[in-house]
Design a protein around this ligand. Sequence first.
Ligand code: FAD
Ligand code: EPU
Length: 346
Amino acid sequence: MKPEFTLQQDVSLQSLNSFGINAQAHRFLCIENLSQLQALWQQTQADAELAALPRLVLGGGSNVVLSDRLPHLVLHMAIMGCELLDETEDCFIVRAGAGENWHEFVLWTLDQGFGGLENLSLIPGTVGASPIQNIGAYGLEMQDCFHSLTAFDFSTGELKTFYKQDCAFDYRDSIFKSGEQNRFVIVDVGFALPKQWLPRLNYGDVAKYLQEHDIDEPTPIDVSNAIIAIRRRKLPDPAVVGNAGSFFKNPIVSAELRNKILQQHPNCVSYPQTNGEFKLAAGWLIEQCGWKGLRRKTVGVYEKQALVLVNLGGATGAEVRALAQDIQVDVCRKFGVQLEVEPVFV
Ligand code: FAD
Ligand code: EPU
């Protein structure tokens, strides 16, 4: 029988990761439908060499730091489609294929008249990756609108549906990032979008933008436009400057440590958490250590946002990691805070 897929060999991933690292994938397959995944799994059962290859599922490549040579079989997700699946008294249930571009999907929901995801406008990457680190921005996390997802389980060859309680969503985390990395390939994601929409304007920048544009009663599209404008001001466009967004998570520390830092640095930026701990702004910590705008040969720290590491041209994964490590050491020495990296190192 004719196989439903052909593996490519030695494929450059430079245009498939937002850092622009020129990584080479040993084997590569673009996944456009579920039957390709099923055929691959079948083949894996019969082919020891194929089974031995480490796998990397790649969406838009906007949250990975790649090594130069990847011995992996890279599965590039290109399962497409957006649809209104169902309607309840309170919600519209929509679903999109894993390979859909996240921002295009958000715009599609807004175009259909469904609010809910607008605060997550312009986040790079794919729909399929959105649950991996429970993407978040401007007071909203993906989990707030998450309904369910379908994943192909590579350990059994079966499809599995995950609901919110199965995913262990947390700040920039989920079971797919922390626990079960590489076991599940997410094929589609469903969202429940509220019929009674209320804007989320708790971020000062968003409210300020709307005020400046004389918008008193914003629509979801108004909020999306505000977020797009703010993000364009703050973050580098990966098409121009290679980067992976925030390179570290904002650390959550005890009230004791936060107060100690505050005594020496009264302008320290921190946000109270519901359990009495505090989230600190990692960008502020890094800036205080003098890293903002610093440039090495091929890598640097973005001059407008110290939390973003950038490719100045020809950066390797190793150079990015080395810079990240030096920053971690400095922040720990100065503040006693251990920064945790946000992107996935491969
Ligand atoms: P990739 O980088 O391709 O993959 C990331 C991880 O997910 C990898 O471990 C990969 O194996 C896994 N994965 C991807 N697709 C699948 C799948 N279908 N099934 C199983 N595993 C999969 N993130 C935020 O949360 N908030 C932000 O505001 C934000 N802003 C950003 C701004 C910029 C300029 C950039 C470059 C990044 C930003 N990010 C942000 C990070 C990034 O956009 C998100 O993490 C995004 O969800 C990554 O999607 P991707 O398709 O590019 O994933
Ligand atoms: N700050 C500095 N110096 C800097 C950068 C920031 O002092 O160089 C201070 C700012 O003045 C501000 C605070 O840090 O008071 C927070 O900065 P910002 O509003 O830019 O947000 P962030 O905490 O750096 C987080 C997310 C972003 C998300 C934005 C908006 C994390 C790790 N990052 O950034 O997510 O878009 O808030 O909600 O939580 C991502 O995850 O990749 C990402 C871009």
